[in-house]
Design a protein around this ligand. Sequence first.
Ligand code: SF4
Ligand code: SF4
Length: 78
Amino acid sequence: MAYIVTINLETCEGCGDCAENCPVEILSLDARPADIPPPESAEDPEKVAIVSGDAAECTGCMACVSVCPSESITIQEI
Ligand code: SF4
Ligand code: SF4
């Protein structure tokens, strides 16, 4: 089973909760791209979550989806 992890950078609040809760540590925070303005609710307007590790290690546990305050993460089974 494999999964595609998609993060909506337009709604990501830069809180880092997804990265802190991913059991295989494939998510992290990175600098927000200059052409994608942060949402008004952003906790850290200069950061966004990215898939920084090997996406093939995603177990589909949905922990990141559960903790994300802005519903910015989608896990798709492929
Ligand atoms: S579904 Fe689980 S393993 Fe996959 S990125 Fe989210 S927290 Fe990590
Ligand atoms: S939990 Fe959601 S809002 Fe917070 S950094 Fe991750 S994707 Fe962005």
